[in-house]
Design a protein around this ligand. Structure first.
Ligand code: SF4
Length: 601
C-alpha cells in the first residue's frame, strides 16, 4: 500500500452483476498524478470504460472517489466526487457532493468505491469498515429520499451516524436528470448519475466508518488550520454566506442584468428585487445547516405554510434552484419555488436541469408548439406557479408530457421540433448566469467536458471586477480557473473555501497532510492534466470543436434591455484563443507536445 499521508490507499469494487466485492490498492502514481476526487475519477473512467458505452447499460460505471483532504481537519474537507458517463449528455461527467457521506467512506477505510454491472433485483450496499454486503432493497423501491433514509436507518438499528446516499423514484424510472442524494439534502446533482444508479438496480449506499485519517504532520496541520479558522471568521463574505446561504449572490446578477429570466429571453426580473438574502431570511428561513468540518455553514432550512400546499420544510433552495425555478420560469414567489423544489428533491431530480426543461416547455407553450392537449389542460404559461407544480408532479411520474420532459431539454426540444428554444450545451443546461452579461461564462459553458456547468470555471467574480462584456482576453481567465477548480475538486474541498484558500494555501495544506512536497506549479499542472484527460475521453466518444457550442439564443439574440442590453457572444474567436491557451489544435485536440508534457501517455 502507498505511503502517502491522508489517503487510505485502497478502494472497494462492487460488481452488481456477479455480486463480487473486492478490495483494491490504488497505485501511488494515481495519487501523484491525479490526487483523488475528480482526477482519480477521470483516470479510472478513461482507463476502464469501453468507448461508446450506453450510459444506462450495465457497462457504465459509478466511480465515487474522495480527495486526499477529505475527512481531515482542514476546513471544508467534505466533497466526494462521482464520475460516470452521462445519460443526459453522453459525455464524460462528474458531480461533487458535500455533507458527510464522503468523509464517512474514508473513515470506513476507503478512498473510493467503483460500482459496476447491474443487480437482478433492487439492492442496497452496506459498508461498515471491513463489513461490506449487498442487501435487498425491494421494500425500498418506489420510496422517496426521506422515506428511504428513514426506512434504512430503522432497518439498520437506528444509528444516526449512518450516512446514506440514495436515489428516489426519478433514478428508478431513469429520468435523465436524476441525482443521487446524500444525507437527505446534499446531491451528486448534475448529469444524471441517479439514472445510472437506478439503471443498476442500486437504491442506496449506506456507510459507517470508525477509522482514522492519518495525516503526515498532524501538529503542523493543526496549527495551520487554527490560523485558517481565524481568517474565515474575519472574512467579509463569510458572514453573508452564513446568514443568507448561496442566495446572497442573486441580488448582484439581477442588478447587472444577467439573471436567467423566462427561458433566458431576458436578464432582469423585477420581482427578483424581493428575492434577496435578507428577505428570504425574514420570510422563509427557519434554520441553518452545515457539511462536515465547515466554518461557513451555508445550508439553510426553509419553511412555508401555504394555503395551497400546506406546510413544506426543506433544506435549500440554493441560488441556482431559485434562479431556474424562479425567474427563468417567470415565478417570483417562495411558495411555488419551495413546493417545486420539494417535489424534485424528494424524488431525486437535479433542480437546475429540471428548471431548464420547464422553462423551455413554458416558452414552447406560449409559442403554440405545446398546447393544452399536450399538457392535459394545464396552462403552462410563464409565471403560472400551479402549472409548474403540476408539471413537476407529472415529470416525476413520467406521465403525459412529463414523460418527454424527463428525457431532458435537448431530447424533449428535438422531439417537439423546437431545438432553438432549448438552452443547454452538450445537453446540460447552464446555471442561472446568462453568459451574454459575463462573457467568460460563455467559454465556461461551451468548453466544459460535462456540458454547461458553471462550477467548471466560475469566472463571475474576476469578470465583474474587470470588463465583463469583453470577449478578448477571457481565455486565460477561464483556463486558469478551470485548472484551479480541477484541483479543488480533486483535493476534496468545498469550492466555497476559496474565499480564503489561495492556491498557495492549498499547496501548504496538501503537503502537510500528505507528506509530499509539491510546488504550486506542480499542483496546478495536475489540474491541467485532469482537464486534458477529460477532453481526451470526450474526443474518444466522438465529441469535437463543433460540440463546444452554445444555444442560438446566446449567440444570435442580443439582450433586449437592462444593464446587459445589446450583448451577444462571439464564441468562435473566444474558442480560438482558449484552444491556444490550452495547448490544443485549432480543432480543439490536445497537441502531442501537451499530452507528452502532462505525462498522459
Ligand atoms: S460552504 Fe456550504 S456547501 Fe460548502 S462545506 Fe460549508 S456548508 Fe457545505
Amino acid at each position: 500500500m502507498v505511503k502517502i499521508g491522508a489517503v487510505q490507499g485502497q478502494i472497494l469494487r462492487v460488481n452488481l452483476s456477479t455480486g463480487q466485492i473486492s478490495l483494491e490498492a490504488v497505485p501511488g502514481e494515481v495519487y501523484e498524478k491525479y490526487l483523488g476526487g475528480r482526477g482519480a475519477g477521470a483516470y479510472y473512467l478513461y482507463k476502464e470504460l469501453v468507448p461508446g458505452t450506453d450510459p444506462l447499460s450495465e457497462d457504465n460505471k459509478l466511480i465515487f472517489f474522495n480527495g486526499p483532504m477529505a475527512g481531515t481537519m482542514a476546513p471544508g474537507s467534505n466533497k466526494i466526487n462521482l464520475t460516470f458517463k452521462s445519460p443526459l449528455t453522453n459525455t464524460y461527467s462528474f458531480s461533487l457532493c458535500g455533507g458527510h457521506f464522503g468523509p464517512e467512506l474514508k473513515f470506513a477505510g476507503y478512498d473510493g468505491l467503483i460500482i459496476e454491472g447491474k443487480a437482478k433485483e433492487p439492492v442496497y450496499l452496506f459498508i461498515q469498515n471491513e463489513e461490506v454486503v449487498l442487501k435487498s432493497a425491494k421494500a425500498l423501491w418506489g420510496k422517496t429520499i426521506p422515506q428511504t433514509n428513514e426506512i434504512l436507518k430503522a432497518e439498520l438499528g437506528g444509528d444516526h451516524n449512518l450516512k446514506v446516499a440514495c436515489v428516489g423514484p426519478a433514478g428508478e424510472n431513469l429520468n435523465r436528470m436524476a441525482c443521487i442524494t446524500a444525507d437527505w439534502y446534499r446531491e451528486f446533482g448534475r448529469g444524471g448519475g441517479g439514472a445510472v444508479m437506478g439503471s443498476k438496480n442500486l437504491k442506496a449506499i449506506v456507510v459507517r466508518g470508525t477509522k482514522d485519517v492519518n495525516v503526515a504532520s498532524a501538529p503542523k496541520l493543526a496549527n495551520y488550520v487554527r490560523e485558517l479558522y481565524k481568517e474565515f471568521k474575519a472574512h467579509p463574505k463569510v458572514y453573508a454566506r452564513r446568514w443568507y446561504g448561496t442566495i446572497e449572490m442573486l441580488e448582484g446578477i439581477n442588478k447587472l442584468g444577467f439573471w436567467s429570466t423566462k427561458n433566458f429571453s431576458e436578464g432582469y426580473f423585477a420581482p427578483g428585487e424581493e428575492m434577496i438574502g435578507p428577505k428570504m431570511r425574514e420570510q422563509v428561513i427557519v434554520g441553518d445547516g452545515s457539511c462536515y468540518a465547515c466554518p461557513i455553514a451555508c445550508g439553510k432550512i426553509s419553511e412555508i405554510n401555504s394555503p395551497k400546499y400546506g406546510k413544506v420544510l426543506l433544506e435549500g433552495p440554493e441560488f441556482e434552484t431559485v434562479g431556474l425555478l424562479g425567474p427563468n420560469c417567470g415565478i417570483g414567489d417562495w411558495e411555488t419555488i419551495i413546493k417545486v423544489t420539494q417535489i424534485l428533491d424528494y424524488n431525486g431530480i437535479d433542480t437546475i436541469s429540471a428548471g431548464a426543461v420547464f422553462s423551455f416547455a413554458m416558452e414552447a407553450f406560449e409559442k403554440g408548439i405545446i398546447t393544452e392537449k399536450d399538457t392535459a389542460g394545464i396552462s403552462l404559461n410563464f409565471g403560472n406557479g400551479e402549472a409548474l407544480v403540476a408539471m413537476a408532479e407529472k415529470m416525476v411520474k413520467r406521465e403525459g408530457l412529463g414523460d418527454l420532459l424527463a428525457e431532458g431539454v435537448k431530447v424533449a426540444s428535438e422531439k417537439l421540433g423546437a431545438p432553438e428554444l432549448a438552452i443547454h450545451s452538450k445537453g446540460l443546461p447552464p446555471a442561472t448566469y446568462d453568459p451574454r452579461g459575463c462573457k467568460g461564462m460563455a467559454l465556461t459553458y461551451a468548453t466544459s467536458p460535462k456540458g454547461a456547468h458553471h462550477m467548471i470555471s466560475p469566472t463571475m467574480g474576476a469578470e465583474i471586477a474587470g470588463d465583463r462584456f469583453a470577449d478578448v482576453g477571457k481565455a486565460g481567465i477561464v483556463r486558469d480557473i478551470q485548472m484551479q477548480m480541477a484541483l479543488v475538486d480533486s483535493l476534496g474541498y468545498c469550492s466555497t473555501m476559496r474565499f480564503v484558500y489561495t492556491v498557495d494555501k492549498q499547496v501548504d495544506l496538501f503537503n502537510l497532510a500528505t507528506g509530499l512536497n509539491y510546488s504550486k506549479q506542480e499542483l496546478l499542472e495536475v489540474g491541467e492534466r485532469i482537464l486534458n484527460l477529460e477532453r481526451l475521453f470526450n474526443m474518444r466518444e466522438g465529441f469535437s470543436r463543433k460540440d463546444d457550442t452554445l444555444p442560438k439564443r446566446f449567440l444570435e439574440e442580443a439582450m433586449k434591455e437592462g444593464p446587459s442590453q445589446g450583448q451577444t457572444i462571439n464564441l468562435q474567436s473566444m474558442l480560438d484563443e482558449y484552444y491556444q491557451a490550452m495547448g490544443w489544435s485549432e480543432d480543439g485536440i490536445p497537441k502531442e507536445e501537451t499530452i507528452k508534457r502532462l505525462g498522459l501517455y
